[in-house]
Design a protein around this ligand. Sequence first.
Ligand code: KG4
Ligand code: ZN
Length: 341
Amino acid sequence: MRVLGIETSCDETAVAVIEGAADDRPVGRILANLVYSQLTEHRRFGGVVPEIAARAHLERLDGLVAEALAMAGLEMAELDGIAATGGPGLIGGVMVGVMTAKAIAFAHDKPFLAINHLEGHALSVRLTEGVAFPYLLLLVSGGHCQLLTVRGPGDFTRLGTTIDDAVGECFDKTAKLLGLGFPGGPAVERAAKSGDSLRFKLPRPMWRKPGCDFSFSGLKTAVRQLAESLPKDDPQAIADLCASFQRAVGDVLADRSGNALARAPSDTLVVAGGVAANTYLRGRLEGLAVRLVAPPIKFCTDNGAMIAWAGVERLRRGMVDALDFAPRPRWPLDADAGAAR
Ligand code: KG4
Ligand code: ZN
């Protein structure tokens, strides 16, 4: 089955077409995968501006859908389903994607699939790496930091989450404080490469405590205080602080994931979400599990392929959505998680 996937929940307008088997097999074929990054629109503001994002999605999306179909060599009529991120995310952008997907689904009489953005990240590793259910997932992105057991689409158990900030947010804030620009994660990783990770002593919140929850606000504050005390034109000090920060994050992620593995139904650890693009952190997680799996780096940050793939996984189980689906600014993966992040 072939599914069109649309992702517009943050600052990437992304469209993909994926072909997957009708049965439960992981691994699909990527027929098209296009990402238009709004980086230049947002850069001068130092972060994503929701109104600008929504307008940019609106301007780009139809053209990207047409381009993706042309690349896949398919007509709308040859698709089996239309998937879009239904939340969580910046609501203006999510509405643009959902409305577009619904219109295509209605006009061509195709099933519509509203995908939880986090489920997109959570299942993406099956598209590219063929991982079987169940597995333990460390989901690390700009808005989230969670450990979950993944049994199938819509079937998640949360083992732990952050009690304050998300880890990607912490990377972005660190980069901003140090004048490294936006987006922060890749900039911090780059600077850390020439840094001494033992130079600065930073806190490791929750480290060696029982359970699987995370906390990053203490680390964020410590980085801010150090950053303010550093001389402005000292690239080595900046590199050392980035390396020390990254090491502290690595210690915490490894410690918490270790605790979760002890409770997980599988010894496969999957890491996904934008922060999973960080090579140093991937290295820190290796050796914790019998098998560590991460999607290729370009599938860690937001993309349409993960939404189309989650669409395939849902469509083949008959989990389609009605056209009155309302976009959701918040949408926890675990039904029991309530208002938690
Ligand atoms: O998954 P994603 O693209 O969007 C959300 O769903 O949030 O994640 C974006 C986050 C940003 O905070 C970005 O700074 C972070 O992922 N990120 C990284 C790296 N690449 C992206 N963090 C650390 N190292 C990286 N190489
Ligand atoms: Zn994301």
